[in-house]
Design a protein around this ligand. Structure first.
Ligand code: SF4
Length: 65
């Protein structure tokens, strides 16, 4: 599973970070990014929650299972 964030859409609200601090962080320019050292074992439900919580639909998931 690959998570992508469209930084042009992201408004830096931090909602995705509050759902999963292991996966997401806010950068200095106040945009969300997926942590490079992502140690999170998010399940589908968690990912769905993050996608749903983003107010601007900036989070995309490619499911390449
Ligand atoms: Fe950006 Fe969406 Fe995360 Fe908010 S929830 S910080 S808009 S990616």
């Amino acid at each position: 599973m690959k998570i992508k964030i469209d930084k042009n859409l992201c408004i830096g609200c931090g909602s995705c970070v509050s759902v999963c601090e292991d996966c997401f962080e806010l950068t200095d320019d106040n945009k969300a990014c997926v942590k490079q050292d992502n140690q999170c074992n998010c399940d589908d439900e968690c990912i769905k929650q993050v996608v749903d919580i983003c107010p601007v639909n900036a989070i995309e998931v490619e499911n390449n299972k």
